[in-house]
Design a protein around this ligand. Structure first.
Ligand code: HEM
Length: 489
């Protein structure tokens, strides 16, 4: 179960990095928060470059823009988004992250990651879904998945399915390697995450790692295009809010195709599931949901859809980043293998877990955990009124030189095994925090651990050519050579 705010707060009090932000003697006004120069209507100068020249290069490097703002203005930065979109405050300090998240309350408010998806769903009369909702409706839906998604014991029920998907992955990788002499993980990781989503959410194999991999590839490609366009529309001129622009029409076309496919999957799955009063503790996810009296079929579909689209775009890149780190560090690869050989039936695998954690730190999937503050707060000594959008820029925090003192750019899984080097708990938030923490966290962790363990036990994993870096496409996705060699052991 997720860590409670109370428990974390106790931990934070003991933390050597804790700078207690509320004890500052003089509080400065919101208007004094540093940030780029403001231009009437357009907002700030940094924003201007996105508005006038939303070319691919500018958008792709949004994460670099955040890093530059941190270097230039310090640990708190205010940006006027322009065109009536008000301000967003970026925080790059774990103490501020703690203040924001500890004030969350029972129903934290967020800025949706994809405004375009929210707008599309509203236009079609659909429920916006978990990651786009706020307030009581979010709370109602989230409460019904909390038990089934966040309890490690509940997620354990899926271990056999996770193992089955890992076995399919091993056979698929071996076949592709034999045929092409290398494996394009952009494709294979997508198929893997789709197959896993099928098992968790639709209670069946989708054949993504078997005879339906072309179908899987086209759905993954569709999802990718939605994320790319959504990044462009998020950072560019927000005209689509008022008029039906060519980008908006394209987005509607892509979303129409995506939803038609997912709707069919959900209907097929739900038609086969039974309403059953008996033991719902051991039910799989969709069965558990349709047996919840407070949820109707529409609610169940909203939840499945949210889990499906959020999961598809996150676990696949994380598998690639993990393989890259493992391949680039043969000594770590050997250690993982040794750990598995020493105790093949164990799922503890502390060293592999530390490698995965370190990969979350080095290759964060998102640029921020966002909140709309519900109370007046003091952040880094500045007043921040209730109702302000605050982005906790986790991608900067997790690679900060001060917080990860010796080596923020170096892959060092040992740092998570050394008790002496405590890391500020709010400096490392790959899955967010509190009641809105990632609903798929336990599944993602289990899938990554199971599949990486099997891949390392079966193959020597190699990577050559252009290193993998990250570009911004709503999420931070891999750029570089994603072709790996898997040599059978
Ligand atoms: C490695 C993979 C993943 C990472 C790093 C990740 C990260 C995140 C983060 C940072 C948030 C925002 C949390 C917050 O605001 O405090 C989030 C939300 C969410 N994630 Fe994930 N995620 C991953 C995989 C998944 C998977 C596999 C699923 C579904 C099976 C999923 C479903 C969701 C949903 C539904 C939300 C919205 C929760 C809400 O607003 O109530 N995620 N995720």
């Amino acid at each position: 179960m997720r860590r409670s705010i109370k428990k974390l707060a106790e931990h934070v009090e003991k933390c050597p990095f804790n700078g207690n932000p509320t004890k500052s003697s003089v509080t400065r006004r919101f208007s004094e928060i540093p940030g780029p120069r403001e231009i009437p209507v357009f907002g700030n100068a940094g924003n201007f470059k996105y508005a006038i020249g939303s070319n691919a290069k500018t958008i792709e490097s949004y994460n670099i823009h955040l890093e530059e703002m941190y270097r230039k203005y310090g640990k708190i930065v205010k940006e006027n988004l322009g065109f009536g979109r008000k301000y967003v405050v970026h925080v790059f300090d774990p103490a501020d992250a703690q203040t924001v998240l500890a004030a969350d309350g029972k129903t934290p408010f967020i800025v949706p990651l994809q405004e375009t998806t929210q707008k599309y769903r509203e236009m079609k009369g659909m429920n916006p879904g978990l990651g786009n909702l706020n307030g009581p409706e979010w709370y109602r839906l989230r409460s019904s998945v909390q038990h089934a998604m966040m309890r490690p014991q509940s997620v354990q029920t899926y271990l056999p399915f996770s193992q089955k998907v890992s076995d399919d992955l091993i056979s698929h990788v071996a076949k592709v390697q034999l045929r092409f002499g290398h494996v394009n993980m952009q494709k294979v990781a997508g198929r893997w995450s789709l197959e896993s989503a099928g098992q968790i959410l639709f209670e069946k194999s989708l054949g993504s790692l078997g005879d339906r991999c072309e179908w899987a590839d086209s759905l993954i490609e569709l999802n990718k295009k939605i994320f790319q366009l959504s990044a462009k529309m998020r950072l560019g001129l927000p005209i689509f809010r008022l008029f039906s622009t060519p980008s908006w029409r394209k987005m509607v076309e892509l979303e129409d195709q995506f939803y038609a496919e997912v709707d069919r999957l959900m209907d097929n799955a739900l038609d086969k599931l039974k309403v059953n009063d008996s033991d719902n503790q051991n039910m799989r996810f969709a069965s558990y949901l349709i047996n919840r009296k407070e949820l109707n079929r529409r609610d169940v579909k909203v939840i499945l859809l949210s889990m499906f689209s959020d999961g598809l775009s996150t676990t696949a890149p994380m598998l690639i980043y993990n393989l890259y780190n493992i391949a680039a560090h043969p000594e770590a690869q050997r250690e993982i293998r040794k750990e598995i050989q020493d105790d093949p039936s164990s799922s503890k695998l502390p060293f592999l877990r530390a490698c995965i954690k370190e990969t979350f730190r080095m290759f964060p999937i998102g640029t921020e955990v966002s909140r709309i503050t519900q109370k007046d707060l003091i952040l880094s000594g500045f007043d921040v009124p209730a109702g302000t959008a605050v982005d906790i820029n986790t991608n900067i925090l997790m690679r900060d030189e001060v917080l990860f003192s010796d080596s923020p750019r170096i892959f060092k899984p040992q740092r998570w095994l050394e008790k002496s080097k405590e890391v500020h708990p709010f400096a490392f938030l790959p899955f967010g925090f509190g009641p809105r923490m990632c609903a798929g966290r336990r599944f993602a962790e289990q899938d990554l651990l199971t599949s990486l363990a099997k891949l390392c036990a079966n193959f020597e994993i190699c990577h050559r050519g252009e290193p993998i870096t990250q570009i911004y496409e709503t999420l931070l996705l891999p750029r570089g050579n994603c072709e790996f060699e898997f040599r059978k052991l």
